[in-house]
Write a protein of this length. Structure first.
Length: 165
């Protein structure tokens, strides 16, 4: 609920003021940047949760991806403990056609999803002060859905991660 402050305009000699609530409510978002096997389509599925993301949410999200795409998945994850435990749980459940690849430790610059979060936080929601969690959720959902409309923006997530399409 605390705004991410960015530069802004104000009349000469007037310091811009941004009034924000002193609240600690939050949202957690889990998402993917998915590339089709034919490399012609990029999709950006996501889920918004009002609690911290835990293993169950990651497992549920990967199951939803598997159901949505109806194809074998190669899921690239970082070494966050929640991701590791979700991968173990999926491996032990013997879910078919899901493989895991691991990004190097401490390398968010290699993860196209990080570019997606950056676009939402530093562009669409910069200096944004919501009245409540519902309003923040609507705005975050709107920003993330808007990303799915711009093929150029989705390509930039891979370019930022220095991945060729």
């Amino acid at each position: 609920m605390q705004p991410l402050n960015r530069r802004t305009w104000a009349p000469t000699g007037e310091t811009p003021l941004q009034k924000a609530w002193l609240r600690h409510d939050r949202l957690s978002v889990i998402g993917a940047v998915a590339l089709s096997p034919t490399r012609r389509r990029i999709s950006t599925p996501f889920q918004i949760h009002e609690e911290n993301i835990r293993t169950d949410e990651v497992v549920s999200f990967i199951k939803a991806l598997r159901q949505q795409f109806q194809r074998p998945l190669i899921v690239c994850l970082d070494h966050w403990p929640v991701h590791r435990s979700a991968a173990k749980r999926i491996d032990s459940s013997r879910m078919k056609n899901v493989e895991f690849e691991w990004l190097p430790a401490y390398s968010p610059e290699l993860n196209p999803v990080e570019a997606r979060w950056s676009n939402t936080k530093y562009s669409d929601l910069a200096n944004y002060v919501p009245d409540d969690v519902r309003q923040l959720k609507r705005s975050a959902r709107s920003s993330l859905k808007k990303q799915n409309l711009s093929h150029h923006l989705k390509q930039s997530f891979f370019k930022t991660a220095q991945l060729r399409l």
